[in-house]
Design a binder for this molecule. Sequence first.
Ligand SMILES: NC(=O)c1ccc[n+]([C@@H]2O[C@H](COP(=O)([O-])OP(=O)(O)OC[C@H]3O[C@@H](n4cnc5c(N)ncnc54)[C@H](O)[C@@H]3O)[C@@H](O)[C@H]2O)c1
Length: 346
Amino acid sequence: MSKDKVRIGIIGAGRIGKVHAETLAFRIPEAVTVAIADLNESAAKSLAEHCGISRVERDPGKIINDSEIDAVLICSPTDTHADLIVRAARTGKDIFCEKPIDHSLAKIDLALREVKKCGVKFQIGFNRRFDANFARVRCAVERGEIGTPHLMHIISRDPAPPPISYIKSSGGIFLDMTIHDFDMARFLIGSEVESVYAAGAVRVDPEIGKAGDLDTALIVLHFKNGVIGTIDNSRKAVYGYDQRVEILGSKGAITTENWYPNQAIVSTASAIQRDLPLNFFMDRYTESFVSELKAFVKAVQANALVPVNGDDGRMAVVMGIAARKSYDERRPVLLEEVEATEPLHA
Ligand SMILES: NC(=O)c1ccc[n+]([C@@H]2O[C@H](COP(=O)([O-])OP(=O)(O)OC[C@H]3O[C@@H](n4cnc5c(N)ncnc54)[C@H](O)[C@@H]3O)[C@@H](O)[C@H]2O)c1
């Protein structure tokens, strides 16, 4: 049975919570945000005012236990996700959760088991699948427009690193940043990855190294269907957010360019120039955030399957753990090694 308006509660009013609250308020009439919770009540309050959300809470439990709410958006830090997923699932709420589900496979498996047991929907926030460029690349591969894919390249560079405080709790570059690219790789090629070989370095900021993380990485993926792929990551590209892919196949190639605020090219006697690309995810991926939430709301309304599920969220974490292991041990790591060594709950 289809619902009139999906009643949503948002947990977390930080960077991504703001993106989703604005999207729901101004772009998705099929849903209404009835409450927002954040430990930092003033952050929740000002976002609520901006987006016309009538109720503000400090305790996310007030949202989870509200029987008038159909679905929750989990936009709080990663280490809070697994517990909130379990609690929300037990009250029968459909769940949209930001990436990654957690840094630990054991906690992910517990949370996803509860989701399954309670029969609620669970969508993970891999918004880039909904980007028009990348969706078109997937479509070309699916239709066989470039024949059989042979090689895949993903370039994914941020304009500037996040604060060191964020880095310290991020789970590291592979689970925080590359995780989007791991999902993109599986999505574009339509095959699982067999092994991951990661080289990494600290080239941007020594403080990132002191925090135990990397800021520069090059990763080679071997897919089960024979495709070879690379992911090229940097926490700092001085010219802005660099988000491109290329796939070479037996009948041709498909490439995507960055998104720019305008299409103007200025040609003079000394140079041909254009403005820099859109600067970061809030600008570059705005439309993909709208499309992913529309898809979630539609799935809740129509009681249909969500387009990106918990298994997708889990698999990207397996790849992230494999990448760190590969960097530490300086060798290619099979994903099945990660499955065999991670302490899974029975
Ligand atoms: N899909 C994307 O492109 C994307 C982009 C950014 C962040 N993220 C993910 O979103 C999550 C949040 O990241 P962010 O950058 O918005 O972080 P943030 O620090 O900007 O915001 C997190 C907010 O959650 C609040 N909070 C902390 N613990 C809470 C709790 N127990 N209950 C309620 N609120 C709580 C904090 O006070 C803060 O306001 C992370 O998992 C991150 O990986 C995804």
